[in-house]
Design a binder for this molecule. Sequence first.
Ligand code: GUN
Ligand code: FE
Length: 456
Amino acid sequence: MSGELLGLRGHLLDAPVFGQLRSWRDGALLIDSATGKIVEMGDHALLKRRHRPQKVRWVGGPEFAILPGLVDVHAHLPQYPAVARGDGELLPWLRQYIFPLERDFAKPRAALQSPLFFHDLARHGTTSAWLYSAIYEDSTDLAFEAAAASGLRIGLGKVMMDVGSYGPLQPKKILSVSLLESESLCKKWHNANGGLLRYVFSPRFAVSCSDRLMRGAAELAKQYGTPIQTHLSENLGEIEKVKFQFAWAKDYTDVYDQCGLLGPQTVLGHCIHLNPREVARLAETDSRVAHCPTSNIYLASGIMPLDRWRAAGLKIGLGSDVAAGPELNMWMVMRSAVEQQRARTFYEKDARPLKPIEAFHLATFGGAEVLGHGRETGTLDVGKEADLVVVELDKIVPYGKSGPRPHELSPQDLIALCIYRGGPHATAATYVRGRRVYAAGDTPPQLAEEAGAGNI
Ligand code: GUN
Ligand code: FE
């Protein structure tokens, strides 16, 4: 305390508790630009009166909603160009479209596309994401550089695979090289950029990993205190393969368990077809789950029984899983989650629907908790780092300024409108730790320092 103060005026909405929405109509946040933290929150008129005008740079207005930044807990950076490609299930889709594309994620493509990718994340209002790169050290390094330049809060890891990999290395060498390269990236990038970056050890999934590789990844993560991400129980064909490859394991989850990969710093993508033992074990180890509804439909993987997993105590966030999910748009991912849980109630007697405000919780505070930064981000509380998305409400109501006035709508209706009609067209600005990383009209790759078209 204290640098220059930024005053953000708008309709404040956040969801620190599943099923509850907090709302301050014509509210405001004061952000200390030195620390990037929210130092005051409340009624706009009151805050304006309390501080001398020279002390605060005011932006925004009642036509904006100010929300916690969206959190995408699972996506694949090099895969983005392949969205909406193919109509197969997971394993043939990986072979036919994804491995060839990742094989091509060498330095030139990484240098060109990584800054565009992070720009697109920010344009969608996503402030934090955990991502997989491809198997290469050098292009992952470039992706980290772009992540640092973007100012976003990013976890990223080089994909590790030593069974059926797409790389040029002799099979005998892959295991040791994969571990060494991952370790060197971890040393360079974990907690870099003022702690906004994390290195995430990323064994792809059991099908493409030996148990020695998975054990090695777990040991490195433990040694450096870093997180882990992988895929679990996404597709029935995948599960059959795992059963065959790891005959010694009780089930798919047990493979990761025996290799030391489970725990509160581990995020597991999909987790659709789990048996009760697996659910109990994931809860017991406090392992985290990435629910990827758009991807689960796209690859015909299945529908997660979200209510049952939550009731068992699993901590769940939402992931776009680009490119199996066709969009980085987390509003679309929330909508898909809502619609799939609704659909379950049509044929499953005890299924419970997911309300839009509950999906909003999962994509904000829920996601931040899954990624281990729930204490720092995810709500608009004083003391939190200001990771925010500002939504221009006239861009999501029908007929724009001639349509329903935002102040006539309930907070629940505003969040539902964001979920059903939100996206980059309505993102007025995106902030991470109090710094603007995107403003409407910004073009890639020059981001925050350029003046945007918006006034915020
Ligand atoms: N399982 C292993 N790799 C992948 C991947 O790249 N995408 C998805 N959706 N599932 C996977
Ligand atoms: Fe994935």
